[in-house]
Write a protein that binds this ligand. Structure first.
Ligand code: NAP
Length: 283
């Protein structure tokens, strides 16, 4: 598996497996199948409610810990955020049955962001999370965080797919040493992505599916992708994207699909911020 090198020197697989919306009772099987298919990056979160199942699958796999790259995420914490971040991390780590994670992400740019980040910096210094980063940070928030803290987020995991490509933002992140990781790389199938005529046409040339074209396009841009599937045949399909290369013309054609806006929700919408703020975990 190809890797990217994060700002702190850690290496991260370019393609991994995401477990959002996989019910806890299906997650152990799905993760076991993903590991068997060759995935080594697993992306979960406290908010997904399936960390324990991910932990069981990792343990059962017998794969050496150093071959895996495990990411989990901190949900929005109440004050005192620094202490609560530490507690939330310990809960996640215990559920995952691990003694460190490779990447710990702040899930949302809300709540006491700076208190949460200081807590995450402390965990990073302790070595219990090899890298720390953020998710869903728009440029204004990200740059403020970068400029006002000691440790730069190694990763920003944001909605990135053919209809919301984040090309300029990727460049800005690169200037600051922040790796772009895509969530919703298939836009969860919205906008009829899997039947998109342009992507299907390009796929035909290489005998690849639309899903494979999308994952090739992301990874060819240096974007880390974490497709989710509960089906073993799709897991195998989604990791089989390193034996072909899109041409500059095809990359340019895909660029025309960009709408420049989210297909999910706007993190600047006050109602969405209030909804997310009310959502507290018991962790
Ligand atoms: P996604 O990967 O864009 O799409 C998943 C959907 O595509 C599922 O319905 C899946 O169905 C289907 N699918 C997968 N492979 C396919 C294929 N080869 N052909 C046709 N359909 C296929 O959606 P996502 O789960 O939202 O995003 C990926 C990961 O990003 C998540 O699992 C999570 O780890 C992360 N994420 C993070 C955030 C955040 O706030 N940081 C938000 C959302 C997601 P089946 O399962 O039935 O195959």
């Amino acid at each position: 598996m190809q890797t990217v090198t994060l700002d702190n020197g850690a290496r991260m697989p370019l393609l991994g497996f995401g477990v959002y919306q996989i019910p806890a009772e299906d997650t152990e099987r799905a993760v076991s199948e993903a590991l068997a298919a060759g995935y080594r990056l697993l992306d979960t979160a406290a908010a997904y409610g399936n960390e324990e199942a991910v932990g069981r699958a990792i343990e059962a796999s017998g794969i050496p810990r150093e071959e895996l790259f495990v990411t989990t995420k901190l949900w929005v914490q109440d004050a005192p955020a620094e202490e609560n971040t530490k507690r939330a991390f310990e809960t996640s780590l215990a559920k995952l049955r691990l003694d460190y994670v490779d990447l710990y992400l702040m899930h949302q740019p809300f709540g006491d962001v700076y208190g949460q980040w200081r807590g995450m910096e402390a965990l990073n210094r302790e070595g219990v999370t090899k890298a720390i980063g953020v998710a869903n940070f728009y440029p204004d928030r990200l740059i403020d965080l970068v400029l006002n803290n000691e440790i730069t987020p190694a990763v920003n995991q944001i909605e990135t797919h053919p209809f919301f490509q984040r090309t300029e933002y990727q460049e800005l992140m690169r200037e600051h040493g922040v790796q772009l990781q895509s969530w919703g790389g298939f836009a969860e199938g919205r906008n009829d992505l899997f039947a998109n005529p342009l992507l299907a046409e390009i796929g035909k040339e290489y005998d690849k599916s639309v899903a494979q074209v999308v994952l090739r396009w992301l990874t060819q841009r240096g974007v880390v992708a974490i497709p989710k599937s509960v089906r073993a045949e799709r897991m195998a399909e989604n990791i089989d994207v390193f034996d072909f290369q899109l041409t500059d013309e095809q990359m340019a054609a895909i660029a025309t699909l960009d709408t420049g806006s989210s297909l999910f929700f706007d993190h600047h919408d006050p109602e969405m911020v209030a909804w997310l703020a009310k959502r507290r975990l018991n962790a």
